[in-house]
Write a protein that binds this ligand. Structure first.
Ligand SMILES: [Ca+2]
Length: 494
């Protein structure tokens, strides 16, 4: 049995010598230590009152908790069975939610790849690390990353698949972006919704399938070690393409996007109207829009199947009970809603994320939490669940109190930001309100309790001006802005 308190490499203290002659006195000492060390360590843990959720000292509870972070790129939370979509098939994610906690108001910290991922792995707002756009050069100087936390604690740590977050010091990474092979074909596809088409290569050559295989191999090899494993898929990020069998599941069953009338488009923020023009979204025909959406649904089912392989392997190896699983995405995908695609928007389709935690040993099963949550909360939550010290500087907070019901979450906040095409915006979400603004003046306020589809902007309503002003002040506090003219990136679709 591995103890929490044994530093990495200390087990040799209790192992019998295997080489050479050993003097009787040394052998006796080892035997004596072997007999009493576990009890001594348990007593020490009790004395130190190392907390965990059961209130028992971690060592006495026999905790050997692994971490499995499952991640997708660009998954619109609403396109998940357990989030209420009646058409899409996501049996793996639905089962994870049924065995754990599902958050309905979870947000990324910037709805675009690199800043969002930098925030997840650092536990800080991306702008505080001067990560405004997709420049993939973050070095985390002076910052303790998730990789640092788990490696220091003696975990075998690895992240397979998409990283896109600079160098947070994970020692083993399967970087799918850099692989040679069939996935290059995917890059030849157009990235606009009107370019969508079925894939012409077998599933086995999908980048995400290769990533899943790497994860399965890692689990086999590290079944007897404490591990932190990240599995990060590229899909359902555009290009909108998947093998024909997944398209067939949804052909004729998905339809046009909701909330895409002329009024919805006219009420978009200026940044979204600009991007709608840049990426020619108005040029897509209804048939092209429907096909892209069908293929997107197919991609979601495909990634769910790949996650299913990993969760089944965990169960086969007998590791499920000791493994904390969290599922998240770096942001959503508008999927034609309000006439726009991709992300960089603060509407729910783009900035909200699917967010599921399962660890039946410590967390409730089948619980749904409406309190605001963030990817930035993953870091402190994992630290608490694993009994590891949370480093200074984290800007999120542990979700354990809201998951276990100790906190109703009404006082929680979620924060997001975006720097794009010369615009700089920030969003804050409370239990009831969602407010976002751009530094050049536009403001949006939605009553998420009574208007969850964000139909009516209340920011200029005299009855709600005080609320808008208060939330603007709260969202602006400590905001690090880039120099004007350097607001993120624009141009190439990423
Ligand atoms: Ca992304």
């Amino acid at each position: 049995m591995r103890s929490w308190l044994l530093p990495h490499g200390s087990r040799k203290l209790v192992s019998p010598p295997t080489h050479g002659r050993t003097r009787e006195s040394e052998s006796s000492l080892v035997k004596t230590m072997s007999r009493f060390l576990p009890a001594f360590l348990a007593a020490l843990a009790a004395a130190l009152l190392i907390p965990n959720l059961s209130g028992q000292p971690a060592a006495a509870a026999g905790g050997k908790f692994n971490v499995l972070v499952l991640m997708t790129d660009e998954h619109n939370a609403a396109i998940t069975g357990c989030y209420g979509d009646p058409v899409v098939r996501t049996p793996t994610l639905d089962a994870l939610a049924a065995s754990g906690v599902r958050f309905t108001a979870a947000y990324c910290q910037n709805p675009i790849c690199v800043p969002s991922r930098v925030s997840l792995v650092s536990g800080r707002m991306p702008s505080n690390l001067h990560q405004f756009g997709n420049a993939n050069t973050q070095k985390y100087e002076g910052v303790t990353t998730l990789a640092d936390l788990f490696i220091t604690a003696g975990y075998e740590a690895a992240w397979f698949g998409k990283t896109h977050w600079g160098n947070p010091r994970f020692p083993r990474t399967g970087e799918s972006d850099q692989r040679q092979g069939f996935e290059k074909v995917e890059r030849t596809f157009g990235r606009l919704p009107q370019d969508s088409a079925v894939s012409t290569w077998p599933v086995e050559q999908n980048t995400d399938h290769i990533t899943a295989n790497e994860a399965l191999d890692f689990l086999e090899k590290n079944r007897d070690r404490k591990f932190f494993l990240g599995v990060s898929f590229v899909k359902p990020h555009f290009p909108f393409t998947i093998q024909p069998k997944y398209h067939e599941m949804y052909r004729g069953r998905v339809g046009l996007p909701p909330r895409a009338t002329d009024r919805h488009i006219a009420e978009l923020p200026a940044i979204s109207r600009k991007e709608r023009a840049t990426y020619r979204h108005a040029e897509a025909s209804e048939a092209e829009i429907v096909r892209a959406r069908e293929l997107y649904y197919g991609m979601v089912t495909y990634v769910d199947e790949e996650f299913g392989r990993i969760v089944r392997k965990l169960e086969e190896l007998g590791l499920r009970d000791d493994t904390i699983i969290v599922y998240t995405a770096d942001h959503g995908e508008m999927l034609g809603e309000r006439g726009i695609w991709y992300k960089n928007a603060f509407q729910e389709g783009s900035v909200r994320i699917p967010f599921i935690w399962t660890f039946p040993k410590r967390l409730p099963q089948g619980r749904v939490v409406a309190a605001p949550a963030m990817n930035m909360d993953i870091f402190p939550t994992l630290a608490e669940l694993c009994g590891l010290p949370a480093p200074a500087g984290l800007e999120g907070s542990s979700l354990v109190p809201v998951m276990t019901g100790r906190d109703d979450g009404n006082g929680r906040r979620a924060l997001s930001e975006n720097f794009r095409s010369g615009f700089a915006g920030r969003m804050i979400r409370t239990a009831r309100w969602k407010y976002f603004f751009y530094r050049d003046g536009e403001e949006f306020l939605y009553d998420m309790e009574n208007d969850p589809d964000e139909e009516t902007n209340l920011a200029q309503d005299p009855r709600h001006r005080a609320t808008a002003a208060e939330m603007r002040k709260e969202a602006s506090a400590g905001w690090v802005l880039p120099p004007r003219g350097r607001s993120g990136q624009s141009g190439q679709v990423k």
